[in-house]
Each structure stands twice: as C-alpha cells, then as structure tokens.
Design a protein around this ligand. Sequence first.
Ligand SMILES: [Fe+2]
Length: 200
Amino acid sequence: MLHVVDDLLPTDLLGALRQLCLVHGELKQIHPGDALFSWRADDGRTMRSIHAPEQRQLMERYLNDHLLPVTNPFCTQRAGVEWWCNVNNDLDWHIDKDEIEGRRSGAYVLPLLSTVFYPHVSCAGGELLLADNPPIPTGHTGPLPQFRSVISIPPVRNRLVLFSPGLLHRINAFEGERYSVAVNIWAQEPLTTSASAPPV
Ligand SMILES: [Fe+2]
C-alpha cells in the first residue's frame, strides 16, 4: 500500500514542524543514535523522548489532529508510535524495522505502517524510492528480497506519504534542503525506544 496526502497541515503547524526538525538536528549532534527515536504510547501515559515538553506537545497535536486520523483506516491495534526527524540526510536501501532487535537477533521486526511528512523542501532530487518487492513478513531473517522496479515519490512541502511494512526503500541523492518527520506505527513498543530513549 502506498498513500499520498498533499496539503496536510495548516501553515502554523507546518512552520512548527520545520523548527522541530532543526531542534532534532541539534540534539543529534550530542546524543547517540538510538536515543533520537521517541516513543509515544496510545495509552496517553508514556512519552519517551529526549525532546522538551514543548516539542512533545507539538507532536501530540500533529499526531492527534492530523496524522492518526489518516492512518487509522490502515492499521488497527496500535500500541503507539515511534517518531524522529531527518534533516538533509539521504539513506540507502533498507526496510524499516526495530533497529535494536535487528542488531541483537538479525530479525526484521516490522511496524504496522511507515509514514513520512515533509515540512520543508527546497531541493533537487531527494525522491523517496519504493521497491516493488514482495513485502517481507515480520520476524524475517536472511537476505533481503529482490525487486524489479521502483515507484518514485518526490518530496513536496506539506506532503504526507504512508506505505506498508516490509518494503525496501531509499532516499535518492539530492542537493538543497529536505526536512522530514518520520512516524512509524507499532502493535508493540520496539526495543529501539524501550531500551534507549529516557522515560518521561
Ligand atoms: Fe525508512
């Protein structure tokens, strides 16, 4: 499944999420990689994050008022969401997974759904490339699947992209500025956030 929604947010929230990406970029300079993945449980009680309360409240608004209403038809039994930001990074072929679990056991424990939103884009290139591989199941081990072709989704300011778990994807090389807010939806909290992010 691939689902694209344009003009998702009002202007004020768009600007705030652009700022959030910059704050995240600064935190990235001083914290180890795994601590940058925040967890927000659906029970309303747990938010593990190195971000300040102001930024966490901003994410609550983004999630409750905008993102989750769009994702609800695609995934039930959600325990919570893992979120992080990207500032001008490109990334080679990969499948979104529980990163710590992957390092410990080699298994691909998958989220229910991957989402990416672009609050600021001023670049050439930088498309999200999504392969047509048969989705791997959660718990997969061994080599990654083959694919024959890709779908290319240009990053566009105020665009949201949702896609199924188990699909290979990458970010095309680019020149310029490309900020994104990534939210993965989980049926259970991944080790990546439970084992690394500080409890709040
Ligand atoms: Fe990814």
